[in-house]
Design a binder for this molecule. Sequence first.
Ligand code: ARG
Length: 588
Amino acid sequence: MQKFLDVVAEEVKEAFEAAGYDRELGKVSVSNRPDLCEYQCNGAMAGAKQYHKAPIMIAQDVAAKLEGSKAFSEVAAVAPGFLNLKIKSEFLYDYLNQMKATEKFGTIVEENPKKIIIDYGGPNVAKPLHVGHLRSAIIGESIKRICRYNGNEVIGDIHLGDWGLQMGLIIYELSLRKPELPYFDESFTGEYPAEAPFTISELEEIYPTASGKSKEDEAYKAKAMEATFKLQNGDKGYRALWHHIINVSVSDLKKNYERLHVDFDLWNGESSVHDRIPGMVERLKKEGYAYTSEDALVVDVKEETDTKEIPPCMILKSDGAALYTTTDIATIEERMEDMNPDEIIYVVDKRQELHFDQVFRCVRKTGMVKPETKLVFHGFGTMNGKDGKPFKTREGGVMRLEYLINEINEEMFKKISENKSMDEAEARKTAEIVALSAVKYGDLSNVAAKDYIFDIDRFTSFEGDTGPYLLYTLVRIKSILNKYAEQGGNVDAVSLAPVENESVKDLLKSLCSFNTMMQAAYEEIAPHRICAYIYELANGFNHFYHETKILTEEDATKKETYIAVLKLTKEIMETCIDLLGFEAPDRM
Ligand code: ARG
């Protein structure tokens, strides 16, 4: 469906043409002086040079042609040459009726759907999820939903960190604690136990301990590196132990992501590509891309146009071990072979930009991706505490995601419990739903690349630009619709007939810009656009609600139209919050 402003511009373009000017001058935008007009056209200013005429004269010519317009109730040519426009309500209602009848409210979906892989989440096995992983999960999930809504085939891949030194650290530490386990007995030939020799809490304690020791003790670190190497080279016992680590960790991760309403189509990891690394390395060497430098194997990726130093891409360390870069390169090779995507989007901390720059250059240079495949690094900023420093626990440690979520749920529960009509169970459940909106909206409403301050008090507030405010508004709309039904109205049958009412107009105009906003959110990979949009919708609705009697309106046509506007607002808001990755309760 055509975008609203394009439809509005149609008549203005015709007027330019009828007055003897280029019709392309008739572009219309939302007014930047809402106190003076609703929409504006600056085409007369742009055309002044071409037609050697004062812009105001052109504007006056065009305004004269717009007399008796279908779209505008007021057209004014004002100095130095603007056209100030006021839209007719009928025109808005007409567009909204078309939107209602169109799939996805007129969203302009991809004509040639793309296959897009989104690499997000990226948790590290055996390390607890921390707030750093929260952003990737929240942003990636929303991008996935936006790309899908726009008609693409989208595959979300978690890309687990499951192959590096952290695995060697855990294995070595375990070998010290439980040397009697068969995994460490090289002469063992039986079946390894099906049960893991640790729980998730033990695992989560082992890793930081081991990591701490390795930083202080060179010999310990060497042993852990040796264990990593043995694991990567197929040691039977280590592999079996590694499977236990993955299984225990992944089932815990699944629980955590479920709470966040985040889900992945693929649970691949760095390890998934291990078997293809030797072949890949051979090919890179044979084709002359990779060479040995200071015992390591590298590929040069610098380019003549570089303004900063881009170091070579390291493929193998001097001890022959694969690195983070290696697995990312091999993963692209595998994705191209298995899925042949048109685009891969990485949602990762922006501090990893150089890494991805190197990886992307390397796979392009070596021909592992087809030239048309887009590789996108969508880096996000740091989540900071109120002190402006990376978010920490009160004690100054790394905040575990689980604890953070519990804390917000608790905060929300306190607020929701003020509503005395809810029993505890309902209040708990509602609190979880609303808390998720607080966290996700607090994150997504910022431009992803920017750092932002995680402020529980502000995010959980029912007022202002927050998730809870939006849900509160949505709940209010639902309750009006329910009451209408209780009074015997049929919400599904209401129709939108034009009524004059200034207080509903802002809301109508916002509704009309849904597909414009969706296109921008999709093309710019920008969930924050959806946030700004629903905030505008919510404000538009609340203004209308405070100014107008809805359920007590006596004029039946008016009442029905108001209900129909509310219903459409509700549906669009629900679509938007679903794209952001949260939902609304029935009451709160
Ligand atoms: N596991 C990594 C980390 O915690 C993030 C993975 C990002 N994705 C990727 N394909 N490298 O930093």
